[in-house]
Design a protein around this ligand. Sequence first.
Ligand code: COA
Length: 169
Amino acid sequence: MNSRTAEDSRTILTDLVLPSETNPLNNLFGGELLARMDRAASISARRHSRRIVVTASVNHVAFNKAVPLGSVVTVEAKVSRAFKTSMEIYIDVWVEDRESGSRSKANEAIYTFVAVDETGTPVTVPELVPESDLEKSRFDAALRRKQLSLVLAGKMKPNDATELKALFE
Ligand SMILES: CC(C)(COP(=O)(O)OP(=O)(O)OC[C@H]1O[C@@H](n2cnc3c(N)ncnc32)[C@H](O)[C@@H]1OP(=O)(O)O)[C@@H](O)C(=O)NCCC(=O)NCCS
């Protein structure tokens, strides 16, 4: 199975924040942003694996900055590491300044997707080869995040999370 790069899976969704998508403070509703990120991440996982993909877990979401009504929001998703059947997708969210046109980082999130066949059974995915320094650091940390997610889900014993445990030693 051929390896792929993070660029191969890069997915960009750009859209406005409309009134029906805001909270009472007129900022983007958190669940709406989660849905946009899930969509971008699922396309990214599909581009990497070229299979049907399902969301297995949302490992980390940081709503660092409110996104006001009328903003132009860009959600950028890339596979940061592929394991056997699962893929970690790293998502960066940018907001565009209307006057200068410059983009500033508003939020980020990390999702895990699993490639499955038509019966929903997990299937193997190609490996990911990181290229840039940022891709390499996200790749390295992904194994610890996978172990943490599995431990929290009760699917791995803390003692077996070797790389995660090494962080605290
Ligand atoms: C995701 C799903 C396919 C995993 O099935 P499973 O029986 O746990 O299969 P496995 O134990 O073989 O796990 C498959 C992979 O997912 C990973 N995984 C499972 N749960 C995970 C979690 N909570 N966090 C991180 N990775 C997880 C496993 O480590 C494994 O990865 P690997 O093969 O790359 O090592 C299954 O739980 C499912 O279909 N869930 C519903 C998905 C869905 O409908 N999502 C939309 C939500 S509405």
